[in-house]
Design a protein around this ligand. Structure first.
Ligand SMILES: *Cc1c(COP(=O)(O)O)cnc(C)c1O
Length: 405
Protein backbone atom coordinates (compact mmCIF):
# COMPACT_ATOMS: atom_id res chain seq x y z
CA UNK A 1 0.00 0.00 0.00
CA UNK A 2 1.32 3.43 -0.86
CA UNK A 3 0.46 6.09 1.69
CA UNK A 4 -1.72 8.91 0.35
CA UNK A 5 -0.25 12.40 0.55
CA UNK A 6 -1.24 13.91 3.88
CA UNK A 7 -1.79 17.58 4.27
CA UNK A 8 -3.74 17.47 7.54
CA UNK A 9 -3.20 15.54 10.77
CA UNK A 10 -5.83 13.93 13.03
CA UNK A 11 -6.47 16.96 15.22
CA UNK A 12 -6.88 19.23 12.23
CA UNK A 13 -9.25 16.81 10.46
CA UNK A 14 -11.41 16.52 13.58
CA UNK A 15 -11.55 20.34 13.80
CA UNK A 16 -12.39 20.56 10.08
CA UNK A 17 -15.46 18.32 10.52
CA UNK A 18 -17.02 20.50 13.20
CA UNK A 19 -18.55 23.28 11.05
CA UNK A 20 -19.49 21.16 8.01
CA UNK A 21 -20.64 17.79 9.34
CA UNK A 22 -24.01 17.28 11.06
CA UNK A 23 -23.43 16.51 14.73
CA UNK A 24 -25.50 13.31 14.88
CA UNK A 25 -22.51 11.31 16.20
CA UNK A 26 -19.89 11.85 18.91
CA UNK A 27 -16.98 9.73 17.63
CA UNK A 28 -13.90 8.82 19.65
CA UNK A 29 -11.07 11.21 18.72
CA UNK A 30 -9.33 8.82 16.33
CA UNK A 31 -9.09 9.40 12.57
CA UNK A 32 -8.74 6.09 10.78
CA UNK A 33 -6.91 6.10 7.47
CA UNK A 34 -6.40 2.42 6.66
CA UNK A 35 -7.15 -1.03 8.00
CA UNK A 36 -6.38 -4.69 7.55
CA UNK A 37 -7.97 -7.63 9.34
CA UNK A 38 -8.44 -6.83 13.02
CA UNK A 39 -6.28 -3.68 12.95
CA UNK A 40 -6.89 -0.09 11.97
CA UNK A 41 -4.31 2.64 11.59
CA UNK A 42 -4.82 6.37 12.13
CA UNK A 43 -3.52 9.27 10.09
CA UNK A 44 -0.30 9.39 12.13
CA UNK A 45 0.34 5.66 11.65
CA UNK A 46 -0.76 4.64 15.18
CA UNK A 47 -2.32 1.13 15.18
CA UNK A 48 -5.42 0.05 17.10
CA UNK A 49 -7.13 -3.29 17.65
CA UNK A 50 -10.74 -2.97 16.44
CA UNK A 51 -13.01 -4.34 19.17
CA UNK A 52 -16.19 -2.87 17.66
CA UNK A 53 -16.03 -4.15 14.08
CA UNK A 54 -18.45 -1.55 12.74
CA UNK A 55 -21.24 -2.78 15.05
CA UNK A 56 -20.80 -6.22 13.41
CA UNK A 57 -20.65 -4.91 9.84
CA UNK A 58 -17.02 -6.10 9.86
CA UNK A 59 -17.51 -9.66 11.13
CA UNK A 60 -14.85 -10.89 8.69
CA UNK A 61 -12.43 -8.12 9.56
CA UNK A 62 -11.34 -5.21 7.44
CA UNK A 63 -10.76 -5.96 3.78
CA UNK A 64 -11.05 -9.73 3.96
CA UNK A 65 -9.13 -10.92 0.85
CA UNK A 66 -11.96 -13.08 -0.50
CA UNK A 67 -14.45 -10.23 -0.16
CA UNK A 68 -12.14 -7.62 -1.65
CA UNK A 69 -11.42 -9.94 -4.57
CA UNK A 70 -15.13 -10.54 -5.20
CA UNK A 71 -15.76 -6.78 -5.13
CA UNK A 72 -12.84 -6.02 -7.46
CA UNK A 73 -13.92 -8.68 -9.94
CA UNK A 74 -17.46 -7.32 -9.97
CA UNK A 75 -16.32 -3.67 -10.24
CA UNK A 76 -14.59 -4.60 -13.45
CA UNK A 77 -17.73 -6.11 -15.01
CA UNK A 78 -21.04 -4.63 -13.83
CA UNK A 79 -22.08 -2.56 -10.82
CA UNK A 80 -25.71 -1.50 -11.18
CA UNK A 81 -28.70 -2.38 -13.31
CA UNK A 82 -31.66 -1.44 -11.06
CA UNK A 83 -34.32 -4.12 -10.82
CA UNK A 84 -35.80 -2.89 -14.11
CA UNK A 85 -33.55 -5.57 -15.63
CA UNK A 86 -32.25 -8.87 -14.34
CA UNK A 87 -28.57 -9.11 -13.45
CA UNK A 88 -26.44 -12.22 -13.61
CA UNK A 89 -25.43 -12.15 -9.90
CA UNK A 90 -28.74 -11.93 -8.08
CA UNK A 91 -30.03 -15.48 -8.56
CA UNK A 92 -26.98 -17.06 -6.94
CA UNK A 93 -27.01 -14.60 -4.03
CA UNK A 94 -30.67 -15.30 -3.29
CA UNK A 95 -30.30 -19.08 -3.68
CA UNK A 96 -27.29 -19.31 -1.40
CA UNK A 97 -28.59 -16.87 1.24
CA UNK A 98 -31.89 -18.76 1.38
CA UNK A 99 -30.03 -22.06 1.73
CA UNK A 100 -27.70 -20.68 4.43
CA UNK A 101 -30.63 -19.42 6.49
CA UNK A 102 -32.85 -22.43 5.86
CA UNK A 103 -35.65 -20.52 4.20
CA UNK A 104 -36.88 -20.04 0.67
CA UNK A 105 -37.31 -16.43 -0.40
CA UNK A 106 -35.14 -13.30 -0.30
CA UNK A 107 -36.07 -9.61 -0.59
CA UNK A 108 -32.79 -7.73 -1.14
CA UNK A 109 -32.45 -4.23 0.29
CA UNK A 110 -29.49 -2.04 1.33
CA UNK A 111 -29.39 -0.83 4.93
CA UNK A 112 -30.64 -2.48 8.08
CA UNK A 113 -33.36 0.11 8.60
CA UNK A 114 -34.67 -0.63 5.10
CA UNK A 115 -34.82 -4.33 5.92
CA UNK A 116 -36.83 -3.52 9.07
CA UNK A 117 -39.16 -1.20 7.13
CA UNK A 118 -39.57 -3.90 4.49
CA UNK A 119 -40.30 -6.51 7.18
CA UNK A 120 -42.96 -4.22 8.67
CA UNK A 121 -44.57 -3.74 5.25
CA UNK A 122 -44.50 -7.46 4.45
CA UNK A 123 -46.08 -8.27 7.83
CA UNK A 124 -48.87 -5.73 7.33
CA UNK A 125 -49.56 -6.97 3.78
CA UNK A 126 -49.62 -10.54 5.05
CA UNK A 127 -52.06 -9.55 7.81
CA UNK A 128 -54.51 -8.07 5.28
CA UNK A 129 -54.09 -10.52 2.40
CA UNK A 130 -53.68 -13.79 4.30
CA UNK A 131 -54.82 -13.38 7.91
CA UNK A 132 -57.81 -11.18 7.04
CA UNK A 133 -57.19 -8.26 9.43
CA UNK A 134 -59.56 -5.34 8.56
CA UNK A 135 -57.87 -2.61 6.44
CA UNK A 136 -55.43 -0.34 8.31
CA UNK A 137 -55.96 -2.14 11.64
CA UNK A 138 -52.84 -4.33 11.73
CA UNK A 139 -50.61 -4.09 14.80
CA UNK A 140 -47.03 -5.16 15.34
CA UNK A 141 -45.79 -6.02 18.82
CA UNK A 142 -42.22 -4.99 19.68
CA UNK A 143 -40.00 -5.03 22.77
CA UNK A 144 -38.95 -2.14 24.99
CA UNK A 145 -35.33 -1.00 24.65
CA UNK A 146 -35.29 -2.24 21.06
CA UNK A 147 -32.99 -0.90 18.39
CA UNK A 148 -34.22 -1.42 14.84
CA UNK A 149 -32.88 1.67 13.07
CA UNK A 150 -33.55 5.36 12.58
CA UNK A 151 -36.42 5.97 10.13
CA UNK A 152 -39.55 7.82 11.26
CA UNK A 153 -41.58 4.59 11.42
CA UNK A 154 -38.85 2.74 13.29
CA UNK A 155 -38.33 5.47 15.90
CA UNK A 156 -42.11 5.46 16.30
CA UNK A 157 -41.73 2.21 18.25
CA UNK A 158 -38.43 3.01 19.96
CA UNK A 159 -38.45 3.59 23.74
CA UNK A 160 -35.28 5.69 23.61
CA UNK A 161 -36.36 9.28 24.15
CA UNK A 162 -33.17 10.65 22.56
CA UNK A 163 -33.98 8.77 19.36
CA UNK A 164 -37.61 10.01 19.33
CA UNK A 165 -37.75 13.52 20.73
CA UNK A 166 -38.42 16.09 18.02
CA UNK A 167 -39.27 13.56 15.31
CA UNK A 168 -43.02 13.10 15.68
CA UNK A 169 -45.75 12.63 14.57
CA UNK A 170 -45.16 8.91 14.79
CA UNK A 171 -46.46 5.95 12.79
CA UNK A 172 -49.30 4.18 14.60
CA UNK A 173 -49.84 0.42 14.79
CA UNK A 174 -47.14 -0.67 17.23
CA UNK A 175 -47.44 -2.04 20.75
CA UNK A 176 -44.45 -2.12 23.07
CA UNK A 177 -44.05 -4.82 25.74
CA UNK A 178 -41.10 -5.54 28.07
CA UNK A 179 -38.38 -7.72 26.51
CA UNK A 180 -37.98 -11.24 27.86
CA UNK A 181 -41.57 -11.27 29.19
CA UNK A 182 -43.79 -13.90 27.56
CA UNK A 183 -46.83 -13.07 29.71
CA UNK A 184 -46.76 -9.44 28.54
CA UNK A 185 -46.41 -10.62 24.95
CA UNK A 186 -49.35 -12.99 25.36
CA UNK A 187 -51.48 -10.11 26.63
CA UNK A 188 -50.48 -7.77 23.78
CA UNK A 189 -51.07 -10.12 20.85
CA UNK A 190 -54.64 -10.19 19.55
CA UNK A 191 -56.55 -10.82 16.30
CA UNK A 192 -55.13 -7.60 14.78
CA UNK A 193 -51.52 -8.65 15.33
CA UNK A 194 -49.55 -9.09 12.13
CA UNK A 195 -46.23 -9.89 13.78
CA UNK A 196 -44.02 -9.92 16.82
CA UNK A 197 -40.75 -8.17 15.96
CA UNK A 198 -37.80 -8.68 18.32
CA UNK A 199 -34.02 -8.89 18.43
CA UNK A 200 -32.90 -12.38 19.58
CA UNK A 201 -30.18 -10.52 21.52
CA UNK A 202 -30.68 -6.78 22.11
CA UNK A 203 -27.40 -5.33 20.88
CA UNK A 204 -27.68 -1.57 21.33
CA UNK A 205 -29.46 -2.05 24.66
CA UNK A 206 -26.20 -3.55 25.98
CA UNK A 207 -26.07 -7.11 24.58
CA UNK A 208 -29.16 -8.20 26.53
CA UNK A 209 -29.62 -11.97 26.24
CA UNK A 210 -33.12 -13.26 27.02
CA UNK A 211 -33.70 -16.19 29.38
CA UNK A 212 -33.45 -19.69 27.90
CA UNK A 213 -36.87 -20.53 26.55
CA UNK A 214 -37.88 -16.98 25.62
CA UNK A 215 -37.26 -17.31 21.88
CA UNK A 216 -38.88 -20.76 21.81
CA UNK A 217 -41.78 -19.21 23.75
CA UNK A 218 -42.14 -16.41 21.19
CA UNK A 219 -42.21 -19.05 18.45
CA UNK A 220 -44.86 -21.13 20.24
CA UNK A 221 -47.00 -18.07 21.05
CA UNK A 222 -46.90 -16.56 17.56
CA UNK A 223 -47.71 -19.93 15.95
CA UNK A 224 -50.60 -20.54 18.36
CA UNK A 225 -52.03 -17.03 17.93
CA UNK A 226 -51.56 -16.99 14.15
CA UNK A 227 -49.13 -14.10 13.68
CA UNK A 228 -45.64 -13.86 12.27
CA UNK A 229 -42.41 -14.03 14.26
CA UNK A 230 -39.88 -11.57 12.79
CA UNK A 231 -36.35 -11.82 14.18
CA UNK A 232 -34.10 -8.80 13.64
CA UNK A 233 -30.73 -10.55 13.24
CA UNK A 234 -29.06 -7.50 11.66
CA UNK A 235 -26.47 -7.36 14.44
CA UNK A 236 -26.82 -10.81 16.08
CA UNK A 237 -26.77 -12.82 12.87
CA UNK A 238 -24.11 -14.07 10.47
CA UNK A 239 -21.72 -15.67 12.95
CA UNK A 240 -21.52 -13.15 15.79
CA UNK A 241 -22.96 -15.40 18.52
CA UNK A 242 -21.17 -18.59 17.47
CA UNK A 243 -23.99 -19.72 15.17
CA UNK A 244 -25.10 -18.50 11.78
CA UNK A 245 -28.20 -17.05 13.48
CA UNK A 246 -28.73 -16.20 17.14
CA UNK A 247 -32.14 -17.94 17.09
CA UNK A 248 -30.30 -21.24 16.55
CA UNK A 249 -29.28 -21.18 20.22
CA UNK A 250 -32.89 -22.20 20.91
CA UNK A 251 -33.39 -24.13 17.65
CA UNK A 252 -36.07 -21.64 16.70
CA UNK A 253 -37.14 -20.93 13.11
CA UNK A 254 -38.84 -17.50 12.77
CA UNK A 255 -41.16 -16.75 9.84
CA UNK A 256 -39.05 -13.80 8.75
CA UNK A 257 -35.40 -12.90 9.36
CA UNK A 258 -33.92 -9.44 8.92
CA UNK A 259 -30.25 -9.43 7.93
CA UNK A 260 -27.80 -6.62 7.25
CA UNK A 261 -24.52 -5.27 8.57
CA UNK A 262 -22.07 -8.18 8.00
CA UNK A 263 -23.98 -9.19 4.85
CA UNK A 264 -22.18 -6.36 3.06
CA UNK A 265 -18.75 -7.65 4.09
CA UNK A 266 -17.76 -4.20 5.36
CA UNK A 267 -17.66 -3.02 1.75
CA UNK A 268 -21.16 -2.00 0.64
CA UNK A 269 -24.51 -1.80 2.43
CA UNK A 270 -26.40 -5.05 1.84
CA UNK A 271 -29.49 -6.11 3.73
CA UNK A 272 -32.24 -8.62 3.16
CA UNK A 273 -35.57 -9.83 4.40
CA UNK A 274 -35.65 -13.61 4.17
CA UNK A 275 -38.58 -15.85 4.85
CA UNK A 276 -41.02 -18.47 3.71
CA UNK A 277 -42.70 -18.18 0.31
CA UNK A 278 -46.20 -17.97 1.90
CA UNK A 279 -45.06 -14.75 3.62
CA UNK A 280 -42.72 -12.93 1.19
CA UNK A 281 -44.99 -14.08 -1.64
CA UNK A 282 -47.52 -11.39 -0.63
CA UNK A 283 -45.47 -8.78 -2.53
CA UNK A 284 -46.32 -8.16 -6.18
CA UNK A 285 -44.59 -5.98 -8.80
CA UNK A 286 -44.74 -2.29 -7.96
CA UNK A 287 -45.74 -2.74 -4.31
CA UNK A 288 -42.25 -2.37 -2.84
CA UNK A 289 -38.75 -1.78 -4.16
CA UNK A 290 -35.36 -0.15 -4.05
CA UNK A 291 -33.15 1.28 -6.81
CA UNK A 292 -30.00 -0.18 -5.29
CA UNK A 293 -31.41 -3.30 -3.60
CA UNK A 294 -30.00 -6.45 -5.18
CA UNK A 295 -27.48 -4.58 -7.33
CA UNK A 296 -24.77 -6.79 -8.89
CA UNK A 297 -21.96 -5.41 -6.74
CA UNK A 298 -23.97 -5.98 -3.55
CA UNK A 299 -24.98 -9.45 -4.76
CA UNK A 300 -21.37 -10.37 -5.56
CA UNK A 301 -20.12 -9.23 -2.15
CA UNK A 302 -23.13 -10.79 -0.40
CA UNK A 303 -22.53 -14.10 -2.17
CA UNK A 304 -18.87 -14.04 -1.06
CA UNK A 305 -20.04 -13.38 2.53
CA UNK A 306 -22.43 -16.32 2.36
CA UNK A 307 -19.59 -18.46 0.95
CA UNK A 308 -17.42 -17.63 3.98
CA UNK A 309 -20.27 -18.55 6.32
CA UNK A 310 -21.00 -21.81 4.48
CA UNK A 311 -17.71 -23.22 5.79
CA UNK A 312 -18.84 -22.81 9.42
CA UNK A 313 -15.33 -21.62 10.27
CA UNK A 314 -16.35 -18.16 11.50
CA UNK A 315 -19.25 -19.45 13.58
CA UNK A 316 -16.82 -21.93 15.19
CA UNK A 317 -14.22 -19.23 15.87
CA UNK A 318 -16.88 -17.05 17.51
CA UNK A 319 -17.98 -19.96 19.70
CA UNK A 320 -14.44 -21.00 20.69
CA UNK A 321 -13.01 -17.52 21.24
CA UNK A 322 -16.26 -16.64 22.99
CA UNK A 323 -15.07 -18.95 25.77
CA UNK A 324 -11.83 -16.93 26.07
CA UNK A 325 -13.85 -13.70 26.15
CA UNK A 326 -16.19 -15.04 28.85
CA UNK A 327 -13.30 -16.36 30.98
CA UNK A 328 -11.38 -13.08 30.66
CA UNK A 329 -14.42 -11.02 31.67
CA UNK A 330 -15.23 -13.37 34.55
CA UNK A 331 -11.77 -12.66 35.97
CA UNK A 332 -12.48 -8.90 35.85
CA UNK A 333 -15.74 -9.12 37.79
CA UNK A 334 -15.16 -7.31 41.08
CA UNK A 335 -12.10 -5.59 39.60
CA UNK A 336 -13.94 -2.73 37.96
CA UNK A 337 -16.47 -4.89 36.10
CA UNK A 338 -19.78 -5.18 37.94
CA UNK A 339 -21.30 -7.66 35.50
CA UNK A 340 -21.40 -8.71 31.88
CA UNK A 341 -23.43 -10.59 29.32
CA UNK A 342 -21.72 -12.52 26.54
CA UNK A 343 -22.68 -14.80 23.68
CA UNK A 344 -20.08 -15.82 21.12
CA UNK A 345 -17.71 -12.94 20.35
CA UNK A 346 -20.13 -10.36 21.69
CA UNK A 347 -20.26 -8.88 25.16
CA UNK A 348 -21.90 -6.04 27.05
CA UNK A 349 -19.68 -5.16 29.99
CA UNK A 350 -21.03 -3.07 32.86
CA UNK A 351 -18.24 -0.99 34.38
CA UNK A 352 -18.35 0.31 37.96
CA UNK A 353 -19.61 3.89 37.42
CA UNK A 354 -17.11 5.08 40.06
CA UNK A 355 -14.30 4.22 37.61
CA UNK A 356 -15.76 6.17 34.72
CA UNK A 357 -18.52 6.44 32.17
CA UNK A 358 -18.55 4.08 29.21
CA UNK A 359 -17.27 6.98 27.13
CA UNK A 360 -14.33 7.62 29.47
CA UNK A 361 -13.42 3.92 29.53
CA UNK A 362 -13.59 3.84 25.70
CA UNK A 363 -11.24 6.84 25.54
CA UNK A 364 -8.79 5.19 27.94
CA UNK A 365 -8.95 1.97 25.89
CA UNK A 366 -8.20 4.01 22.78
CA UNK A 367 -5.03 5.35 24.41
CA UNK A 368 -4.09 1.69 25.07
CA UNK A 369 -4.55 0.92 21.36
CA UNK A 370 -7.99 -0.72 21.59
CA UNK A 371 -11.11 0.70 19.94
CA UNK A 372 -14.42 -0.10 21.63
CA UNK A 373 -17.66 1.77 22.16
CA UNK A 374 -20.00 2.44 25.04
CA UNK A 375 -23.69 1.67 24.63
CA UNK A 376 -25.58 3.21 27.54
CA UNK A 377 -24.18 4.75 30.73
CA UNK A 378 -21.28 2.65 31.95
CA UNK A 379 -21.71 -0.30 29.57
CA UNK A 380 -19.04 -1.11 27.00
CA UNK A 381 -19.80 -3.27 24.01
CA UNK A 382 -17.10 -5.68 22.78
CA UNK A 383 -17.63 -7.17 19.32
CA UNK A 384 -14.33 -7.81 17.55
CA UNK A 385 -14.02 -9.16 14.02
CA UNK A 386 -14.55 -12.94 14.09
CA UNK A 387 -11.07 -13.21 12.55
CA UNK A 388 -9.43 -12.02 15.80
CA UNK A 389 -6.74 -14.36 17.16
CA UNK A 390 -6.71 -15.68 20.71
CA UNK A 391 -3.61 -13.62 21.48
CA UNK A 392 -5.22 -10.43 20.18
CA UNK A 393 -8.31 -11.08 22.27
CA UNK A 394 -6.20 -11.70 25.38
CA UNK A 395 -4.35 -8.44 24.59
CA UNK A 396 -7.63 -6.52 24.43
CA UNK A 397 -8.75 -8.01 27.76
CA UNK A 398 -5.38 -7.03 29.24
CA UNK A 399 -5.90 -3.45 28.06
CA UNK A 400 -9.35 -3.45 29.67
CA UNK A 401 -7.87 -4.73 32.95
CA UNK A 402 -5.25 -1.99 32.80
CA UNK A 403 -7.71 0.87 32.24
CA UNK A 404 -9.96 -0.38 35.06
CA UNK A 405 -7.04 -0.67 37.50
C1 LIG B 1 -27.79 -1.64 13.12
C2 LIG B 1 -29.11 -2.24 13.33
C3 LIG B 1 -30.21 -1.88 12.53
C4 LIG B 1 -30.16 -0.75 11.52
O1 LIG B 1 -29.19 -0.96 10.54
P1 LIG B 1 -28.67 0.28 9.63
O2 LIG B 1 -27.88 -0.39 8.56
O3 LIG B 1 -27.84 1.14 10.53
O4 LIG B 1 -29.88 0.98 9.13
C5 LIG B 1 -31.41 -2.55 12.74
N1 LIG B 1 -31.52 -3.51 13.67
C6 LIG B 1 -30.48 -3.88 14.45
C7 LIG B 1 -30.67 -4.98 15.43
C8 LIG B 1 -29.25 -3.25 14.32
O5 LIG B 1 -28.25 -3.59 15.12
Amino acid sequence: MTAPVRTRGSAELIRAEEPVLAHNYHPLPVVVARAEGTWVEDVEGQRYLDMLAGYSALNFGHRHPALIEAAHRQLDRLTLTSRAFHNDRLAEFAERLAALTGTDMVLPMNTGAEAVESGVKVARKWAYDVKGVPADRATIVVAADNFHGRTTTIVSFSTDETARRGFGPFTPGFRVVPYNDLAALEAAVDETTAAVLIEPVQGEAGVIIPDDGYLAGVRELTSRKGCLFIADEIQSGLGRTGRTLAVEHESVVPDVLLLGKALGGGIVPVSAVVGRREVLGVLHPGEHGSTFGGNPLAAAVGTAVVELLETGEFQQRAAELGVTLREGLTRLVGKGVVGFRARGLWAGVDIDPAIGTGREISERLMREGVLAKDTHGSTIRLAPPLTITGDELVGALGALEKVLG
